[in-house]
Write a protein that binds this ligand. Structure first.
Ligand code: S3P
Length: 164
């Protein structure tokens, strides 16, 4: 199993898709999996049920996927490694955990374009986003940096990151 972690906009889903195809493995995107199981989009879950409900489901489905699907490429949400025992579960499931690491500048450029369907940042003004990412990433790096492998993704296409 290969697990891709990293901040929103770091390219986990796009890279996971390519890595899985090139290695003949099944790709599971945890956010998509949650959406299928809950029959609601992620923004709808946040809107209708709230973040705490989402985090509970995220934990439940992460566990389910890690326990039942052993030979997959898995990308998880930006927050997944940062709650409860999630990162412990991930690192116990496989040594092949890759942190797709991007600078604040790269994340800002990407997220300004797709802020609206991301409930963690959709309420922010564009001018507030850089400061939000800076603080959030500082907190989350504590978890992300527990991964065995780190890949700097700045200036690389998804295919180039997948190759690495
Ligand atoms: C979140 C990131 C999202 C999704 C949810 C919460 C976060 O996933 O799980 O909106 O807390 O960073 P992506 O990283 O795939 O955008």
């Amino acid at each position: 199993m290969i697990v891709l972690i990293g901040y929103m906009g770091s390219g986990k889903s796009a890279v996971g898709e390519i890595v899985s195809k090139e290695n003949g493995k099944v790709f599971v995107d945890l956010d998509q999996y949650i959406e299928q199981q809950e029959k609601m989009s992620i923004p709808e879950i946040f809107e209708n049920k709230g973040e705490i409900y989402f985090r509970k489901k995220e934990y439940f489905y992460l566990k389910e996927v890690l326990e039942t699907q052993k030979d997959i490429v898995l990308s998880v949400g930006g927050g997944t490694p940062c709650y409860g025992e999630n990162m412990k579960l991930i690192t116990e499931a496989t040594p092949h955990v890759f942190y797709l690491k991007a600078t604040i500048e790269t994340l800002l450029e990407r997220l300004l374009k797709e802020k609206d369907h991301r409930p963690m940042i959709s309420h922010l003004e564009d001018s507030e986003l850089a400061e939000f990412i800076r603080k959030h990433l500082f907190e989350r790096n504590f978890y992300y940096l527990q991964s065995r492998h780190k890949i700097n993704v700045d200036d690389l296409s998804a295919a180039e990151v997948a190759e690495k």
